[in-house]
Design a protein around this ligand. Sequence first.
Ligand SMILES: [Zn+2]
Length: 154
Amino acid sequence: MVPFHLLFPEVARLETRAVILLDTNPFGLPPDTYGLVDLYCEQSGCDCRRVMLNVVSDKARRQVATINHGFEPSPLDPEQTFLDPLNPQTDLSLRLLRLVRDHVLRDEAYVARLYQHYRMFKDAVNDPRHPAQKVLRALPPLRRSPRSRKTRRH
Ligand SMILES: [Zn+2]
């Protein structure tokens, strides 16, 4: 998975969402600004229709949860939105999953924006002449997702 902002920094600057939680919030989370960095699969020809959201704490300056979301329900995954088993999690992850799944992803305009990012990303990955190919080719091999139950479809 590769962050959208690596391929489309200008769009990402305008369209990356953050959730600001105050002292008393119904999610039981520490007050903070939680950035939602969206990532997509860089395999050409793969139409996995997923987004990964890295939740980044502004105060701690680090990733505090990794949430995997399918744009449609899939018979292969009982959960459409889940904590990614291959990527960083913390003791805040479950509460952040509830925030993102039950609140943030209920916003149809936001989900439509993520899907638009997915399409832009996939169009770039699948087009050998796309300017973003330069960035994709420069990615170190370690960035590439390991194969696993969750990524078998790639
Ligand atoms: Zn994929």
